[in-house]
Design a binder for this molecule. Structure first.
Ligand SMILES: NC(=O)c1ccc[n+]([C@@H]2O[C@H](COP(=O)([O-])OP(=O)(O)OC[C@H]3O[C@@H](n4cnc5c(N)ncnc54)[C@H](OP(=O)(O)O)[C@@H]3O)[C@@H](O)[C@H]2O)c1
Length: 283
């Protein structure tokens, strides 16, 4: 076992090959965390390795696909045998599924849940015995504005993020007695590979889809919303704030306009909020 210096905290981040996960690894490592940058495809590790080498950062790359039990167990066991602890888990890996609800195939919905929700569940369940034994730890679940309110065209994605919110709100009570904290980080639109990696449901490509025109317009709006996105570095800083806080909150917003949206959601009736969503998304 190669112990980190006794006070050095150990972090595991999923989906570290790009975007929020990538920036979170760099931010944690720059702030002294021994950071395990996990990713499903190690061919995508060159960029993070080169920054780590250039800056002399404590980053180790490990293969982890959140949809595969074996990959998760191998990764967690190798970290445990390497350093004997995991202080921070950042459940970040995820992607979006785009398409009108009726056009979503059940397989596409299941695949979306496999990564975005069951992935979080699998990795968290693998890490918890370690955190419970050490009687400390913090789990950061990267949710989304899509975990706080629904909008058209991405209902399966929204459902996974609502589920992460419910999961986190529930397990917080069970884990607190073991010194383990659970935090939701809720980004608004962030400039990453997310839009490019978005999976379009097959039926939505069909020229006979009754939702074709609606989705065309909607996707143009979603693209323009994403043009005004915040930097992933901003989310990484929020994660750092949460993990270094003495008493972290359950929720942290991250990104432009998130406060405004949340204030609207808090202060408006469901009916008025629905009108606001329609005005903003279905122009
Ligand atoms: N960007 C936004 O506007 C936004 C807003 C709110 C919330 N979020 C959330 O932020 C998180 C990160 O997304 P991002 O914006 O940084 O997008 P991104 O740049 O596309 O990064 C997504 C990461 O997840 C990884 N991933 C996907 N499936 C995986 C799997 N089965 N196992 C392990 N890793 C997997 C990807 O790996 P590969 O490189 O191998 O594909 C990639 O590293 C997601 O949970 C997303 O829902 C994003």
């Amino acid at each position: 076992m190669v112990s980190p210096s006794s006070s050095q905290k150990v972090a595991l981040v999923t989906g570290s090959s790009s975007g929020i996960g990538f920036e979170t690894c760099l931010t944690l490592a720059r702030n002294g965390f021994l950071t395990y940058a996990t990713m499903r495809n190690l061919n995508n590790s060159e960029k993070i390795k080169s920054v780590a080498t250039k800056e002399g950062l404590p980053i180790r790359v490990v293969q982890l696909d959140v949809t595969e039990d074996r990959s998760i167990n191998d990764a967690v066991h190798s970290i445990a045998s390497d350093v004997g602890k995991i202080d921070v888990l950042v459940n970040n890996a995820g992607y979006g599924l785009n398409g009108a609800f009726e056009d979503l195939a059940m397989e596409e919905i299941k695949t979306q849940f496999e990564t975005n929700l069951f992935g979080v569940i699998r990795v968290t369940q693998a890490v918890l015995p370690i955190m419970r034994k050490q009687k400390s730890g913090i789990i950061i679940n990267i949710s989304s504005a899509a975990g706080r309110f629904g909008y058209p065209g991405e209902s399966a994605y929204v459902s996974t993020k609502f589920a992460i919110e419910g999961l986190s709100e529930s397990i917080v009570y069970e884990l607190e007695p073991f010194g383990i904290r659970v935090v939701l980080v809720e980004p608004g639109p962030i400039r990453t590979n997310f839009a490019d990696g978005m999976v379009a449901t097959k039926k939505s490509q069909n020229p006979n889809s009754p939702y074709l025109e609606i989705m065309k317009k909607l996707n143009a709006v979603l693209a323009s919303i994403r043009e005004n996105a915040s930097s992933p570095d901003l989310v990484a800083k929020v994660v750092l704030k949460a993990v270094t806080s003495e008493n972290p909150s359950l929720r942290y917003l991250a990104g432009k306009d998130m406060e405004t949206w949340m204030e609207a959601k808090r202060s408006m009736s469901d009916e008025d909020f629905r009108k606001t969503i329609k005005q903003n998304f279905m122009k």
